[in-house]
Design a protein around this ligand. Structure first.
Ligand code: G1P
Length: 291
């Protein structure tokens, strides 16, 4: 296999309106909603960094400036923490600081779908492979989910998407795989369909919000063909890569929480709190009261 380009870039679409979380999201970007004490967007960035990603492109829209602020150095805050002797908090902020110049933002001026959002990052992507992380999908994994995909990219030399099995009646909410060969952890793909009707779905293996794609997908996206829901769908352009490039699903190890959904978001709070030594006991105790 010819030597592969290293995976250093990630695109994070954050332009969505967050209507399902109104009124919380009236003046607050939904990606800034915290799970325990960390905003969703920060979980995604940390997951990507754990996979060796160094360059980030946020696809933003109106009302999303807090996301960019969040990753800036908070000079006044650091000074105050230092004066008050809050060394632990200060050390945490500094450890999380981003490399200067590692984040760029692009505005998606009109909501035309996920495919259109990714196309907006074309000048950032250039000729490089890139990861996509949808921050609504919060991952609880021992090994960063994006790292699992990055490893699979190095193994297969092509496009990889994280997948999971869902009950048949729910396939119509996702991008669905048409399986060529199921090899266990890796699944080679002969087709992809976005949000098919349940009775027409080719399998119950669905795409979650983690991808590593080759830059050629941009050429297909630029045709701006509308798909499911009248939107420019990323899934449709990914499907066009099949045959020309390797394309695999990866059964990732870990759990996904759909934080675009209220119940999923609440479950994530509990699951992440139970992972915290400083909280697990108290959370277990109060949960016992709700049986
Ligand atoms: C998007 C993708 C879909 C994927 C899903 C995962 O859909 O279009 O293929 O399965 O993310 O969360 P959305 O949830 O934005 O409708």
């Amino acid at each position: 296999m010819p030597s592969l380009k290293p995976l250093k870039k990630a695109v994070l679409p954050v332009a969505g309106l967050g209507t399902r979380f109104l009124p919380a999201t009236k003046a607050l970007a939904k990606e800034m909603l915290p799970v325990v004490d960390k905003p969703l967007i920060q979980y995604a960035v940390e997951e990507a960094r754990a996979a060796g990603i160094e360059q980030f492109c946020f696809i933003t829209g109106r009302g999303k400036t807090a996301i960019v602020e969040h990753f800036d150095v908070a000079y006044e805050l650091e000074k105050t923490l230092s004066e008050r002797g809050k060394e632990k908090e200060l050390a945490q902020l500094r450890a999380e600081a981003m490399e200067p110049g590692s984040i760029v933002t692009v505005r998606q001026q009109v909501p035309m779908g996920l495919g259109h959002a990714i196309w907006c990052a074309r000048h950032f992507i250039q000729d490089d492979p890139f990861a996509i992380l949808l921050p609504d999908d919060l991952m609880l994994c021992d090994v960063s989910c994006t790292k699992q995909l990055a490893d699979a990219y190095r193994e297969t030399g092509g496009n990889v998407v994280a997948i999971e099995e869902v009950p048949r009646e729910r396939v119509n909410r996702y991008g669905v795989l048409d399986v060529e060969k199921d090899m266990g952890r890796l699944v080679s793909v002969k087709g992809l369909v976005e949000k098919p009707p349940v009775e027409k779905a080719p399998s119950n293996l669905t795409i979650i919000g983690r991808y590593v794609l080759m830059p050629e997908v941009i050429g297909h996206l630029s045709k701006m063909e509308r798909g499911a829901g009248g939107e420019v769908q990323l899934t449709d352009s990914m499907a066009k890569l099949i045959g020309a490039q390797p394309f695999h699903g990866v059964r990732y190890e870990g759990r996904r929480f759909d934080c675009g959904d209220k119940a999923g978001f609440l479950e994530a709070q509990i699951a992440f709190a139970l992972k915290r030594e400083d909280m697990a006991g108290a959370v277990r105790d109060f949960l016992a009261r709700y049986r």
